[in-house]
Design a protein around this ligand. Structure first.
Ligand code: ADP
Ligand code: C5P
Ligand code: MG
Length: 235
């Protein structure tokens, strides 16, 4: 996204409609960068499995939710209050904010990598983008202006399992949205707004769907099998 600077203060206050690919060039070329999206309902285990994937496959992990929480807490952020209320209600933050945060975090990671030349020599940077895109407009805007995704890893998990995990996580997470009422709202938003993204990518043959019940190790075995079938191998 050419007009996004390091400070998300450059994000327009009024969200504009998604741009189309007719007049935009993605900020990052698919020849330099590979992007895998990681989706699944709240509590499906995205963060947990990301840790495994970073360790074994050399992914650079960016969580959209973590970036939004950091921006919310950043002193002087003009979006702090707005992000806080969207997160508590479990609704989707206007996409320009989230896409700018991700795009800038990718640029920062690439800059760090190029400083340690031995790590980056001749290799594509692999990004695992967790909890994104949660809405169709985010998917279109990101792929048009930031980078095309290779595929989406989808953690398929029933609501009762996710609810039990989230209520347990809520005992220690300190998150505003790990409470029964916010969890209910997040589940609805996931079904109504985020599942259409999974279905849209499915139509393009770009979804790796994995059963996310069972132990962390069992889920990870499915994850490994799924991504290796798409040509991602350990580093
Ligand atoms: P997400 O990022 O998708 O919201 P997390 O990775 O934070 O999910 O997992 C939610 C909670 O469930 C965390 O407390 C985590 O430790 C726990 N958890 C994750 N995967 C499993 C699993 N396979 N079995 C049991 N608990 C899990
Ligand atoms: O992924 P995570 O559970 O950390 O996301 C927390 C909240 O952040 C979501 O419920 C939503 O309010 C916001 N979010 C968003 N757009 C994203 C990811 C997260 O609006 N792509
Ligand atoms: Mg998470």
């Amino acid at each position: 996204m050419a007009n996004v600077k390091a400070d998300p203060g450059s994000v327009p206050a009024e969200p504009s409609p998604p741009q189309t690919s007719q007049n935009t060039t993605p900020r990052f070329s698919s020849s330099a960068v590979s992007v895998v999206f990681l989706l699944g309902g709240p509590g499906s285990g995205k963060g947990t499995q990301s840790t495994n994937l970073v360790r074994d496959y050399g992914f650079i992990h960016l969580s959209a939710g973590d970036l939004l929480r950091a921006e919310q807490a950043r002193p002087g952020s003009q979006y702090g209050d707005l992000i806080k209320s969207y997160i508590r209600e479990g609704t989707i933050v206007p996409m320009e904010i989230t896409v700018a945060l991700l795009s800038n975090a990718m640029a920062d990671a690439l800059e760090k990598q190029s400083l340690s030349a031995s790590e980056s020599a001749g290799k594509k940077a692999r990004f695992l983008i967790d909890g994104f895109p949660r809405k169709l407009d985010q998917a279109v805007f990101f792929e048009d202006t930031v980078c095309l995704s290779e595929f989406t890893l989808f953690l398929n998990c029933p609501e009762d399992v996710m609810e039990t995990r989230l209520l347990k996580r809520g005992e220690t997470s300190g998150r505003d949205d790990d409470n029964a009422e916010s969890i209910r709202k997040r589940f609805r938003v996931f079904v109504d707004t985020s599942m259409p993204v999974v279905h849209a990518f499915e139509k393009q043959g770009k979804v790796v769907s994995v059963e996310a019940t069972g132990s962390v190790e069992e889920v990870y075995a499915h994850v490994k099998e799924g991504i290796e079938a798409r040509g991602i191998h350990p580093v």
